[in-house]
Ligand binder design. Structure first.
Ligand SMILES: [Zn+2]
Length: 274
């Protein structure tokens, strides 16, 4: 009964426990590994991946029901630089007209932004955001468009400001249509932000495509190079707004297609919104 050959109850059961649990543990481990490996696909399958191509906004009614954005602004002065403020104010009126007409077939009642502000310093922006590294900003809650008129104390190029204005207007459209809303478990992250911003670039290009096409081409080529500088600011911009190459590609799509449907970044594969 007792003696060297006796096993204590614990040690006697240990090999049995290991034998029984080891296969279970292995299967569990394999499952965990597979889940980890497939996590992005699974999240997309379930439609919960932030900024995933399967988010509800990719199938928004507005892509189906709307036609080409007008893309003209007949009231603009021949010399855009003569009076920058007048140029931008005229363009704002054109953008209101364009978007009202474009969104109507989708049943969206267009309302102009509460205010469009041309400001010299980011601190003057209406939304009170701490981040001062931008050329334009749309305050979602207040529905106010802000466009910066100076860059490091110097007056900005007029067409650059016009593009900023059109880009912020695009955010206004995203807001009015509900594209800016995040559904269910969707969260704001960099992948979501890139789809959002690249769509605004595309819509801005669509709305300016016949205003001054050669200036838009120039701006697009500049964008392709500019955002890819190697500094911290450019890095952050790339992560939240996409690479210069992506920006240029979506601008070109906006120019060519001229429609909201042509600017559906929400259903694009991840490498097109990188
Ligand atoms: Zn933006």
């Amino acid at each position: 009964m007792s003696g060297p050959r006796d096993w204590s109850p614990q040690s006697a059961s240990r090999p049995g426990v290991i034998r029984r649990t080891l296969p279970v543990l292995l299967v569990f481990g394999l499952l965990l590994g597979a889940l980890f490996y497939l996590r992005d696909d699974l999240r997309e399958l379930l439609g919960t991946a932030p900024g995933s191509p399967r988010t509800a906004v990719a199938a928004h009614l507005v892509y189906e029901k709307t036609g080409p954005v007008d893309g003209r602004c007949p009231g603009l002065p021949e010399d855009l630089d003569a009076d920058q403020e007048a140029t931008l104010t005229t363009l704002a009126g054109c953008l209101d007209r364009m978007w009202r007409a474009t969104l109507k077939p989708a049943g969206v009642d267009y309302e102009p932004p509460e205010e469009t502000r041309l400001i010299a310093t980011p601190e003057e922006a209406a939304c009170g955001i701490d981040d001062f590294d931008w050329a334009g900003i749309y305050c979602e809650r207040e529905r106010i468009v802000n466009v910066l008129t100076e860059d490091g104390g110097e007056r900005r190029d007029t067409f650059g400001m016009m593009f900023t204005l059109a880009h912020e207007y695009a955010h206004h459209v995203q807001q009015l249509t509900g594209i800016a809303d995040r559904e269910g478990s969707e969260v704001f992250d960099e992948a979501w932000s890139r789809r959002f911003e690249l769509q605004a670039d595309c819509l801005a290009a669509a709305s300016l495509r016949t205003v001054r096409p050669y200036l838009l081409n120039e701006l697009r080529r500049g964008a392709a190079a500019g955002r890819d500088e190697a500094d911290a600011g450019a890095d952050a911009a790339r992560r939240s707004h996409g690479s210069g190459a992506s920006g240029a590609r979506w601008m070109l799509r906006g120019q060519k297609k001229g429609t909201i449907a042509g600017c559906n970044t929400w259903k694009a594969p991840a490498d097109e919104v990188s």
